[in-house]
Design a binder for this molecule. Sequence first.
Ligand SMILES: Nc1ncnc2c1ncn2[C@@H]1O[C@H](COP(=O)(O)OP(=O)(O)OP(=O)(O)O)[C@@H](O)[C@H]1O
Ligand SMILES: [Mg+2]
Length: 263
Amino acid sequence: MHCPIDDEGHYIKIHTIIASGEATVVVQRGDVAIKMAIVYKNYTLERVEDNRERIRREQEVWRRIQPDFDLPVEGIVPCLDLPGDTIEMRYMSGGTLANRLKHRAPPSIELQKRWFRQLAIGLHNLHQRRVIHSDLLSRNILLDDSSNVVIADLGASSIMPMDTVMADAVDEYNCSIWTDLCQLGLVFYEIVTGRHTGIRLYHSGGTDDSVAVFPSRDKLPTLDKRIWARDIIETCWKKGGYGAVGAAGILAKLDKMQGPRRR
Ligand SMILES: Nc1ncnc2c1ncn2[C@@H]1O[C@H](COP(=O)(O)OP(=O)(O)OP(=O)(O)O)[C@@H](O)[C@H]1O
Ligand SMILES: [Mg+2]
């Protein structure tokens, strides 16, 4: 009776639920993770429709990001199908980056660099497809069984027109590639220090908490000089810091760092 109902009207078995939020639930079926609207028997039609509409909006983002189910996008969780009002993704057995950082030994610098690279590629690919993620948090980053990271949860993302110059664009909530990069900088900080800051870009004391504000530098953590990624993170935390190349600028910085050691 207290089980949510899936897209075909069957009760969802509780042990298959990976996560359950306000409007959506993610269940595991073998190698597949399925995100769908939360529907309980006692829900009004209106509420059901609202939750389904959220999934449909996220499906639209997926159609922009990965139009071909056979061609996953580097750095983004592979979408396998979009049947009905559901999103089928590859099941990521390593769980979320937030949990990984909280419960496991700190990652080596080598692994940190791999994660930086994979996340920068993922975000670059999103921005190239004219999508702003808007919710880039460590709980929305997933790991596979080989400790590779991918960006997930496009539920808050905005689809911009294909001719948008992303470096200059903001969506209706004031999100931009720069707020995405600022959030990525916070994820990087979490990876390097193991500290979760809880800093949110949405409410900074104002009345309207749906509009994003790029935080001033003093609202963000100080970075010890010895942190290897200091320059990369500082540049994320400077609005426009990566210039016209955006997230790809992170890759350039990583390459530069690795250059001399390869000889
Ligand atoms: N492909 C996947 N493989 C494994 N677990 C997944 C997958 N997709 C989502 N999850 C799990 O489900 C959770 C919720 O998914 P997602 O972030 O997409 O939904 P949400 O309801 O929009 O989340 P939020 O709480 O951020 O609003 C994730 O944090 C993760 O634990
Ligand atoms: Mg999420």
